[in-house]
Structures are given as C-alpha cells and as structure tokens.
Design a protein around this ligand. Structure first.
Ligand code: PLP
Length: 428
C-alpha cells in the first residue's frame, strides 16, 4: 500500500497541531510509522487519502456500531442542519432521546447530555461527591474515564497507596483524592474502603474494561462491588462510555445483571457526533443544577445535530431485536478464527472477548487486569498491526485497545480478516 498523501498530510499537520493529531493515540506512537489520514467511510470500510480501503475494526473508537455513514443517522443530521445548528435553547428532541435512553437502560430515571465521555465521567464524580458529601473516589488501574484530572492517576502496581498523577499538570491535591484498586481484585477494593472509612464518595469502573484491551469482569466481582458500595454508602458508577448501547440495549448493566447508581455514556449514544451523557435515579439526578446545588453546564450540550444523530442511532438499536446477538455472533466467529490461526502458527497469545468487544494479547497467560495486560509482547503487536494494515485491515494502533466490531462487517469480511491474520502470523 502507498501512504504518500497521508505522509505528506501528517508532515503538514505536525507543524500546526501538537504531534499532528487532536487525540494522541491516533499518532501511531505505539506502533511506529505515520498515521493514515481518513477521507471517507461507508459501512465496514474506511478509505484513506491515498485511495486505500481498509476493513475497519476501530469504527471511530466505538460509535459506529452499525457501520459508517449509517443512512438514518446521516439523513437525520442533514435534515436538522437545515433548521439551524445550535440554539442554546431547549429542543423537543432532547426530551425524545432522554426518554428513549431511559427506556433502554435499567435503573435510570433522568439523564443529562454533555459533549464527550470525558465530560460525562467528570460530571458523574462531581455529582457523586455532592450527593454523598464525601471527597474520595476509587478507580481501577488500567481503566480509562477520559482525560479529566481526577482520572489521570498512575496505573502503577502499588494498589493500596494514594494515587500519584501520571500527567504533569495534575496536582497532588487532586491526585490524593483518587485511590487506585486492581481490576478483578475485590480485596484491593476492600482494603481501600477500610483504610478510608466514611470518606469514599464513589467507585468508578468500566464494567467490562476496554482500555487495557478487553477484560471482562470475573464472576461475582461486580456483584461484590455492588454489595461493598451498599454497605458503605458509596455510589457505584459504571462508565459505560464504551459498553453502553454496544453490549446490549441496556449496556453492561443489562448483560451482567448488576445495576450501578450512576451510569455514564459516550461513543454509540452520539452516533458519531460528539455526545456524552450521565444518568441515575431521580434522587441523585435532582442534585444537579438548576434543581440542586451541583453545578454542571454546556453551551453546546444537547446540540441539535448531535441529538439527531444519537436519536437515530438509539432508535435503530431499540427497534432491532437481534442486533446485539448478531454483533456477539460475528465477534465470536472472529474470536474462533483468530484462536485457530494463531494457535496453528504457534504464537503465544490470549484472546479476550465479551459481546462485541474483543482484543488479542500477545502473551499466553490469562489477561485479567492492567498488570497482566502489560505483559503482552509489543514488538509482536507492532508487526501484527503493520502486517494487517498492509492487508487492508485497520485495527487500533495500540495493544491496549479493544477492537470495535460493527454490524456492517459481513462474514466475508471476517473470513478475509482471519485469512489475513493467518498470513501475517506466519511472519511474526
Ligand atoms: C472513550 C472513553 C471515555 C472518554 O470518552 P471521550 O468521548 O473520548 O472523552 C471514557 N470512558 C471510557 C470507558 C471510554 O472508553
């Protein structure tokens, strides 16, 4: 494949944009090479500026669960744009999408829309702190909740210590209120709760982790968290920015039958436009301004184009009785294919999957938390990534990312992918 135009565009971008990108992982730092510049996308495919076509396993990092340029979403956005692109006044559509989301997701009475997953998680912990009148939160090493200060805490192995910031610019003052636990390890959470009795406002978790590859929760882990929260007057926050409207209509809560107190959304809920949201039962949501004392706002929140895209997306998912089964079946088919060809080629690997989230780790040990995810062989991953790219397959340029399966993928696309993985595996 030729990447001439992408390379030239990247060189120009680097002059005026830090690192040439507006979100770091796009820069290919973890895999080397220059990023591919997208020109258009349709269904399962994305086309770059050099005219290359790729089967897309990133799907804009999750939102395009029904494939790119999904016609009902595109049409809704075009129609709404003709009526004005932002008013800063309430619109009927905001109530429609809110009501639909509440119908689809278990345990929520009210929802507020924001512009990104970051904003949703940032607002959710402020709300939890305001509601419980406590300051500290517990997060899990390797879980990502956007780039607000409280979440950028070292994913180190010392789980039972105060967090230290892992980005300059995050103050120690902020970091000390974020405690770090180990994913899938309830003892690490118990220890933090016991050492900080009466001080913890919330525990925030990706109910299925997707930002250290895909790591499903162990049997009983989320239930134990739920119980611990109930016993200690702690709010449980499920960050469903990745899993929401992807694993089931009602997200991970529905699939895994554990309910959180606050749920955050992003990605799919905006149908590819910038949307995030957070939701809870009325008692908690009524703490938000203008009803309650916890402030939260946004000039473009509930933007009509974003709401039109999100509403069209949620409607499509709500009305399709088999879409989540189809997604899981396609992903299972891919999982089996990958298992087969990587085993045949004698590559040490682990494939993790739940529903339509899947990831390949180049290490043969079970991958259950950040520490085990870090053991993957990044040199093999780099070759794997570039090998697949050359075959016209676009996976995330980092070994710590889940693949995002879309319903636009056909079984021919999946077979092509499995064959390509076989071919690439021979070179690893
Ligand atoms: C993507 C993601 C976020 C951040 O969402 P942005 O829209 O990128 O700000 C937060 N939490 C999880 C679990 C995510 O996957």
């Amino acid at each position: 494949m030729l990447y001439k135009r992408s390379s030239a565009l990247f060189a120009q971008a680097e002059i005026v944009i830090p690192g040439g990108v507006n979100s770091p992982v796009r820069a290919f730092k973890a895999v080397g090479g220059t990023p591919i510049f997208a020109k258009s996308a349709k269904g399962a495919y994305v086309f770059d500026e050099d005219g290359n076509r790729y089967i897309d396993y990133i799907n804009s990092w999750g939102p395009m669960v029904l494939g790119h340029a999904y016609p009902p979403v595109v049409e809704a956005v075009i129609e709404k744009a003709k009526l004005g692109t932002s008013f800063g006044m309430p619109t009927e559509m905001e109530t429609q999408i809110a009501a639909l989301a509440i119908k689809m997701v278990p345990g929520i009475d009210k929802i507020r829309f924001v512009n990104s997953g970051t904003e949703a998680c940032m607002s959710a912990i402020r709300l939890a702190r305001g509601f419980t009148k406590k300051d500290k939160i517990i997060k899990f090493a390797g879980c990502y909740h956007g780039h607000s200060d409280s979440f950028l805490i070292q994913a180190g192995s010392g789980a039972v210590t105060f967090g230290s910031p892992n980005s300059p610019g995050v103050t120690q003052g902020t970091a000390k209120d974020t405690l770090l636990a180990k994913y899938n390890n309830i003892e690490s959470v118990n220890a933090l709760v016991n050492a900080n009795l009466g001080e913890i406002a919330a525990i925030i978790i990706e109910p299925v982790a997707g930002n250290m590859g895909c790591i499903p929760p162990k049997e009983g882990f989320l239930e134990a968290l739920r119980q611990l929260c109930n016993q200690n007057n702690i709010l449980l926050i499920f960050d469903e920015v990745m899993t929401g409207f992807r694993l089931a209509r009602g997200g991970a809560q529905e699939l895994l039958k554990v309910n959180a107190d606050i749920v955050t959304f992003g990605k799919v809920i905006g149908g590819g436009l910038p949307v995030g949201a957070f939701a809870a039962r009325a008692e908690i949501m009524n703490y938000l301004a203008p009803l309650g004392p916890v402030y939260q706002a946004g000039t473009l929140s509930g933007n009509p184009l974003a709401m039109a895209a999100g509403l069209a997306m949620l409607n499509a998912l709500e009305q399709d009785n088999t879409v989540f089964d189809r997604l899981a079946e396609k992903t299972l088919y891919l999982e089996k294919g990958i298992q087969k060809v990587l085993s045949e080629n004698g590559i040490p690997f682990t494939v993790n999957r739940l529903g339509s989230m899947i990831s390949v780790h180049f290490d043969s040990n079970p991958v259950v938390d950040f520490q085990t995810a870090s053991k993957g062989d990044n040199e093999i991953f780099k070759k794997f990534f570039h090998g697949l790219l050359a075959e016209g397959i676009y996976i995330a340029p980092s070994a710590y990312e889940s693949w995002f399966i879309s319903d636009a993928l056909s079984y021919e696309d999946l077979d092509y992918t499995i064959n390509a993985i076989d071919k690439v595996a021979r070179t690893l």
